[in-house]
Design a protein around this ligand. Structure first.
Ligand code: FAD
Length: 386
């Protein structure tokens, strides 16, 4: 983006489509970058965070995802662990070890993970079975062969983080409209008309943070879709009587066939499945819950028999599983902020910051220098014909 385009963006009205964590963080970081920007955040549902953001497992796991995702996590960790002054009175992250457990047949996966995660801020390391059992006392030792642990991991207070972005945004003049679905967007001259059932909202720049609906929003604005694929993932909670449950770590099958972690006085469990779906209000399938219980009961002594609540959310991926952040080469006033997949909560500070840098400065700021992020790896340009 050239300097003229950048300066034009700074004078413009910005419409952020989507009030999940991506839209909220983008809106926050844009106002942080320049509090004179005129920004409206528009959400289809009556509740912000109703879709994937409200359905996550809330984990911070630095050693996860593609190289560019890991760089964006690196750019996010400090914000999550040491929030900017005045943003919140709470903590965003509580530490929790993540143990990847393997049977003898899965030994190659252990070696692969150790190799893949050897250069992280806190590399994944192997621990003994008895050490693993101390950290997750319900682990069955029979059948268990090897365990590796990520000690830099933690639970994110998603509600608190999401609200912190939104509160700052509101307090600094940002406008929020809920129950307002953008049905289409039409460009006329230098501005966009965002069309809803009842009104037209005029903006100059669109930030597409519509999650699973990202391609739909683009198509309806006349912008070529990326090929985003929403994928279902089911989670559920079960009760536990363990008095010191909060001290336990999380266990995850090394090939991600299930995971299970403390969540308040309950355990949050998942089949960790990735089944393609249309964008929708996803509902859970009892068979996915039953299969997860079968696998967790085989690996632990939890003896799960009943479920408190179950839900399914859509984790949305670009074809190469890296995020899509930046302006579209066909129309520089259309910004993508999608493809967060299974890491959208933990990467939200970095994603919002990157989006704001690109929109206001035309390039990633110094903040990203030490993270190893190459913007081309997350730019929408990589999906456009050269
Ligand atoms: C079971 C599960 C476990 C997960 N675990 C983790 C984890 O441990 N750690 C982690 O970091 N991430 C995790 N994730 C992923 C994370 O939840 C997502 O990456 C993140 O929430 C995506 O946020 P988003 O804002 O892009 O999408 P969403 O929260 O879905 O927000 C998009 C919003 O756009 C709105 N919208 C769509 N179309 C329109 C329109 N036309 N007009 C107006 N509004 C529109 C939608 O209503 C929606 O509210 C998990 C996800 C699931 C399902």
């Amino acid at each position: 983006m050239d300097t003229r385009q950048r300066i034009e963006n700074l004078r413009k009205r910005i419409g952020v489509i989507g009030g999940g964590i991506a839209g909220a963080s983008a809106a926050y970081h844009l106002l942080k970058a320049d509090n004179s920007l005129d920004i409206i955040l528009v959400e289809a549902e009556d509740q912000l965070g109703y879709h994937t953001t409200g359905r996550s497992a809330a984990l911070l796991l630095e050693n996860d995802g593609t190289q560019s995702t890991r760089s964006i996590v690196k750019a996010s960790v400090d914000f999550l662990l040491n929030p900017p002054e005045g943003l919140t009175e709470n903590v965003f992250v509580i530490p929790r070890d993540v143990m990847h457990i393997a049977t003898v047949e899965q030994s190659a996966s252990v070696d692969r993970l150790l190799e893949e995660n050897s250069s992280g801020r806190i590399p994944t390391k192997e621990i003994s079975k008895s050490e693993a059992k101390k950290r997750f006392p319900a682990l069955r030792e029979e059948g268990l062969d090897r365990v590796v642990v990520d000690e830099g991991a933690g639970d994110i207070d998603v509600h608190c983080l999401h609200q912190a972005y939104l509160n700052y945004f509101r307090k600094n003049g940002g406008k929020i409209k809920t129950s307002t679905r953008i049905d289409s967007a039409t460009k006329s001259g230098n501005s966009w008309s965002l069309e809803t059932k009842t009104e037209e909202i005029s903006v100059d720049v669109i930030v597409n943070a519509a999650g699973a609906w990202g391609d739909q929003v683009a198509s309806r604005a006349g912008v070529e879709p990326i090929g985003l694929q929403p994928k279902r993932r089911t989670a559920f909670t079960v009760n536990s009587n363990e008095p010191d449950l909060q001290e336990w770590g999380m266990i995850a099958d090394i090939d991600l066939r299930f995971y299970c972690k403390p969540d308040g006085k309950q355990l949050l469990c998942s089949l960790a499945e990735e089944n393609p779906s249309e964008p929708c209000d996803a509902k859970h399938d009892e068979a996915d819950v039953a299969l997860a219980i079968e696998r967790i009961n085989a690996a632990t002594t939890l003896d799960i028999r009943s479920v408190q609540t179950a839900w399914t959310g859509l984790r949305t991926f670009a074809p190469d599983r890296s995020m899509v952040i930046g302006s579209d080469s066909d129309d520089h006033s259309f910004f993508w902020c999608v493809g967060q997949g299974g890491t959208g909560i933990m990467t939200s500070p970095g994603v919002g910051r990157l989006l704001a840098d690109l929109l206001t400065e035309g390039k990633p700021s110094e903040h990203f220098e030490k993270t190893g992020l190459k913007h081309k790896d997350v730019s929408p340009d990589r999906f456009r014909k050269k």
